[in-house]
Design a protein around this ligand. Sequence first.
Ligand SMILES: [Zn+2]
Ligand SMILES: [Zn+2]
Length: 112
Amino acid sequence: MVVFLFLKTIIFFLSFFFSSVRNSTSSILTPEEAGKIGNSAPVWVPDRRVTMCQNCAVEFSVLVRRHHCRACGKVVCAPCSGNRAPLRYRDFESARVCDECFEFLEKGKTFF
Ligand SMILES: [Zn+2]
Ligand SMILES: [Zn+2]
């Protein structure tokens, strides 16, 4: 009986763990959201609630600094935000963007 309870607890924690992992990886932009990138100021994700890069999942530390993407507001590491791109809401002034936004904005240039 004790063993049964023990297993039940483990299963509970495992399912909790997997559901939280699934939630954290659901950051893929829909085409509609992607179309708005750079058109308006993003809602910045509060730094303190983010413990790892929202792009490559590296953990932030004294060496791995947080950077905000000026296009989508995500908190990413330096290698994931090494590019700058002109943003419409800043009168096309260049600003730091994450790789995901950079790729999108670069593609979008062909339409202007
Ligand atoms: Zn990263
Ligand atoms: Zn971004």
